[in-house]
Design a protein. Structure first.
Length: 199
């Protein structure tokens, strides 16, 4: 497991602790100490593998996009610092939901086009990807930066994968974005039903 991959799962552990345990009620110092201790436990070795490596073996490496979203969630939850505007976060989740759906459908063997295989260093695909980033994130500089960082991480091989898609998307992000999209749709549906209800 590379350092970047290990960092991703430590970030996931920290987010889980922040949202599942009542440590938000603590003052900043005890909260930070609790997080550090729990993450330290995750780094402890059991046999030839760190504890954090067991869930990592099931989930696989987390993409750079996921890691940045996790890091921003930690900053917002633990310190009240919001470094990624909500509009950019929503854009990234919506893009992950649609791209993940298209990617998995086209890579399932049901069609002749395998979109995932294009991520193995296809020159023209990288040009199209760059143009797509520029066009779609013109008004979302935070989202554009996240995607660019993912592509740069691919250039340096930080996750060990040779496919650019693994730096931009992963199953955890796609599943979360689908759940987020469904929640948004249900909320809007309820608001529409409420606005058309009896007065």
């Amino acid at each position: 497991m590379t350092i970047a991959a290990l960092t991703g799962h430590l970030l996931l552990l920290a987010v889980a602790l922040l949202f599942l345990l009542p440590i938000r009620r603590l003052s900043p110092l005890p909260r930070g100490v609790t997080l550090v201790v729990c993450i330290g436990i995750g780094l402890a070795r059991v046999g030839d593998l760190r504890l954090i490596g067991y869930p990592a073996g099931v989930l696989g490496d987390l993409s750079i996009t996921t890691q940045i979203l996790l890091a921003t969630a930690i900053l917002k939850r633990a310190a009240g610092v919001d470094v990624l505007p909500s509009a950019d976060r929503s854009f990234l989740l919506a893009a992950a939901a649609w791209t993940g759906l298209i990617l998995y459908v086209l890579s399932s063997g049901l069609t002749i086009l395998d979109l995932y295989s294009l991520g193995f260093g296809s020159g023209w695909f990288m040009v199209v990807l760059a143009m797509g980033i520029i066009a779609s994130t013109r008004d979302r500089p935070g989202a554009a930066l996240v995607i660019v960082l993912g592509v740069l991480a691919f250039d340096f091989g930080l996750l060990g994968s040779t496919n650019v898609w693994d730096y931009l998307l992963d199953p955890v992000l796609v599943l979360f974005s689908w759940g987020w999209t469904l929640a948004i749709m249900l909320t809007r549906l309820r608001s529409l039903q409420g606005s058309h209800g009896p007065r």
